[in-house]
Design a protein around this ligand. Structure first.
Ligand code: ATP
Length: 290
């Protein structure tokens, strides 16, 4: 077999809205979420061979180089599902998306790995089956199969594309605090939500998107109470001229929305002397690159 390889870029995401709409018996939560892919990428190089082994080497932000890595798990699942006999793969992962940060890096890596392997083996799995496979790796993974601005409901797996999401620039800031997603959800107290979904859906369809009306994250109630730094960062981003600022996912990353790159970069400069885990300016991501 000739070694074949592919390089892919796995984008991060921000949640422009994250409402918890219910709690399921299995511990998962139902959501109404607006997920936007952004141009902050992990780089993945995948080379297939017939060694029967999955090997992984990673650099950048620290992740385990073992079978617990989502890239490894995605490759294993793909090979099982595709029933490829003489399989094997060498994966090189460069993590540029901060880990456990609310930016979806692990989920994106998993989706990109599945897509890349499907491509390298000449598409044995249909897109619908890929979405199922993705869901078995995590609730956010199906979103990254298409990686387009979407409303996500269910546990995140029911996806409706948003066709006219405006092109914004995002200031992404990850402070040096660690917050576990499980801890955030465990401490979230269900309450009646505003039920503005119809209004939000309508404004997204019409294209009359007022970003400050869209931005909402129910999980901030938990994180901002224990980590006032998150509220402070949001205030500073607003003072720096953002259209809106919010925490992404279960945090601790915070983002600001800007209408131009210049404004976002000028705001970033105001954080130059902060000791942060990560800061960058990223545009909304328009096309999945495989
Ligand atoms: P989300 O926004 O979906 O909650 P996140 O950005 O908070 O995701 P990830 O960066 O996806 O979180 O990582 C969550 C956990 O998964 C970490 O504990 C990390 O060690 C583990 N993990 C396994 N593989 C990866 C990977 N390839 N990239 C990042 N994290 C990984």
């Amino acid at each position: 077999m000739v070694d074949k390889s592919i390089s892919i870029k796995a984008p991060a995401k921000i949640n422009a809205r994250l409402e918890i709409t219910g709690k399921r018996g299995d511990g998962y939560h139902d959501l109404f979420s607006i997920m936007i892919p952004v141009e902050l990428f992990d780089h993945i190089h995948i080379k297939i061979n017939d060694s029967g082994q999955i090997s992984l080497k990673s650099s950048g932000f620290l992740v385990p180089d073992d079978p617990s890595n989502l890239v490894y798990r995605a490759a294993k699942l793909f090979f099982n599902r595709a029933k490829i006999e003489k399989n094997g793969v060498e994966i090189v992962l460069n993590k540029k998306i901060p880990v456990a940060a609310g930016l979806g890096g692990g989920s994106s890596d998993a989706a990109s790995t599945i897509l890349a392997l499907n491509e390298l083996y000449s598409l044995p799995i249909s897109e619908n089956d890929l979405l199922q496979l993705a869901l078995s790796l995590g609730a956010d993974v199906p979103f990254f199969i298409r990686a387009e601005p979407s409303i996500a409901t269910g546990i995140g797996e029911i996806l409706e594309p948003i066709d006219n999401w405006p092109q914004f620039w995002y200031l992404l800031i990850t402070p040096r605090v660690e917050i576990s997603t499980a801890w955030v959800y465990q401490n979230y107290k269900m309450e009646l939500t505003s039920n503005e979904y119809d209004y939000i859906r309508k404004s997204l369809k019409n294209g009359d998107i007022v970003i400050k009306d869209i931005l909402k994250n129910d999980l901030e109630k938990v994180t901002c109470r224990s980590f006032p730094l998150i509220s402070a960062l949001k205030r500073r981003i607003m003072d720096a001229g953002a259209e809106g600022a919010m925490m992404s996912g279960s945090g601790p990353s915070v983002f600001g929305v800007f209408k131009s790159r210049e404004k976002a970069v000028a705001a970033m400069d105001l954080f130059a002397s902060d000791d942060l885990r990560h800061i960058s300016v990223a545009r909304g991501f328009l096309k999945k690159a495989v």
